[in-house]
Design a protein around this ligand. Structure first.
Ligand code: IMP
Length: 427
């Protein structure tokens, strides 16, 4: 009954899409368990590039059942256009299952996400503006509207009215925006309901039964460890739990059934949006990493902030998620450097820290302590095994592994499906 979790070990964008897709051939179900269309996975198959936001990557493999778990917040308009976009390219989403308990992103969530960010000014979080935070806020406040409400037009209408009764006051009186017409929203969402109905299911039941039958379930997190609402760099985080604990809550699969936790770790570090980032490079080296690594957001197109590998963060991901294996991505991006700095500790106000400081204030002041490793000049994108890598690249990987506290079991050396070195099986 293998239930394998994939989590981003940094601030997201580590290349999870490639890992999920790589395992796709071996798995029966791929489940998104949190987040929404704030995420962005790029998968390259042959000369085709697919950018997925809400659909689990499993949708690209014909033998896999893609599942949107209860922990996800769904913008149904976006989901349907993603489904239609794939259909135009000959990829069917007919197998897609959507948890009846997942929450819906409503027009007022999107309106509030944009306007609250604007009001925060310099203190803004840098959200993707997709309504994620307000949708999760309403979920926790027990004011949310769920996928199952699409099946009952009476309830749906009532819930929209109740929500807008309050939200329209906020939009008009606090933020000086136009109110939203409940009748129009109901009409729009009933249209979505028609198309989504065949996909709505009790996904926890289906997944647990699948595990009973020894099927392989892959749980795919969006974002990453440091964007977790509890364990991330709060408040510069997303409003859900990408960490492995969140995989259980967001899918209805109990912790005792998880068999592997794979941390996706980029060979350097990036983050989007505001918040602390000790190894960030704001000079031409950062620009070089951004250009060479193609570090631009899949969802928003924003420049990603770039910096050297931070071993403290990787070790933290091992601790919080119980990482059993790392998938190291984008090693090829570092080819051509003379020396590669790796952050091994922080200095905060004269004191050395080997772990993430307890407070955000200290984390904001953390300065990286680097060890420099020798680089390699060779192109590694054609490497097929670990032994094909230049000695210095092997040494870089081994050092990262030692510092991060879990074995590196796969290495990405290029964006293509075949450009992965497997050191040990991941399932
Ligand atoms: P939200 O998830 O749109 O509320 O944004 C909150 C924070 O999470 C912002 O800093 C975003 O840039 C960041 N974020 C959300 N989704 C992703 C992602 O898929 N990759 C990287 N950062 C993300």
């Amino acid at each position: 009954m293998p239930a394998v979790v994939l989590v981003g070990a940094q601030w997201g964008d580590e290349g999870k899409g490639k890992a999920t897709d790589l395992l796709g051939g071996e798995v029966d179900y791929v489940v998104r368990y949190q987040g929404g269309n704030n995420a962005g996975h790029t998968v390259v198959i042959g000369d085709q590039k697919y950018a997925l936001h809400l659909l689990p990557t499993g949708v690209l493999s014909p033998d896999v059942v893609p599942v949107i778990g209860n922990g996800v917040v769904i913008d149904p308009g976006v989901l349907l256009s993603e489904i239609d976009g794939l259909q135009e390219r000959g990829i069917s989403s007919d197998r897609l299952l959507i948890s009846a308990s997942a929450h819906l992103i409503m027009p007022h969530h999107k309106a509030l996400d944009k306007v609250t960010e604007r009001y925060l000014g310099k203190a803004r979080i840098g959200t993707t503006g997709r309504g994620i935070g307000p949708a999760y806020g309403d979920k926790i406040a027990r004011m949310g509207i769920r996928v199952q409400d699409l099946l009952d037009p009476g309830i749906l209408g009532k819930k929209i009215e109740i929500a807008l009764h309050e939200k329209n006051q906020v939009l008009t009186k606090v933020y000086n925006r136009r109110g939203i017409d409940p009748a129009k929203v109901l009409d729009e969402y009933l249209g979505y309901a028609e198309r989504l109905k065949p996909h709505i299911a009790d996904t926890s039941l289906i997944l647990n039964r699948a595990l009973d039958q020894d099927k392989v379930v892959l749980l795919e997190g969006g974002q990453g460890n440091l964007l977790d609402i509890d364990h991330g760099t709060y408040p510069f985080v997303t409003s859900s739990s990408p960490t492995s604990g969140g995989a259980c809550v967001g899918s209805g699969i109990p912790p005792t059934r998880l068999t592997r936790v794979i941390g996706i770790l980029k060979a350097y570090t990036t983050r989007v949006g505001s918040g602390p980032f000790p190894t960030e490079l704001t000079d031409e080296m950062g620009e070089w990493l951004r250009t060479t690594g193609g570090e631009y957001g899949v969802t928003t197109g924003r420049d990603r902030r770039c910096g050297w590998f931070d071993a403290i963060i990787a070790r933290y991901a091992t601790r919080i998620n119980g990482v059993t294996d790392f998938f190291l991505t984008k090693l090829d991006v570092l080819s051509g450097l003379e020396r590669i700095p790796v952050c091994v500790a922080y200095e905060v106000d004269g004191a050395r820290y080997d772990e993430i400081p307890m407070t955000q204030t200290d984390f904001h002041h953390a300065k990286p302590i680097y060890e420099e490793l020798p680089g390699w000049q060779e192109d590694i994108t054609e490497a097929k095994t670990f032994d094909d890598l230049p000695k210095n690249a092997q040494n870089y990987v081994r050092t990262l592994e030692e510092l991060s506290g879990a074995p590196i079991s796969a290495i990405g050396v290029g964006p293509g499906r075949t450009q992965t070195l497997s050191l040990r099986p991941l399932i």
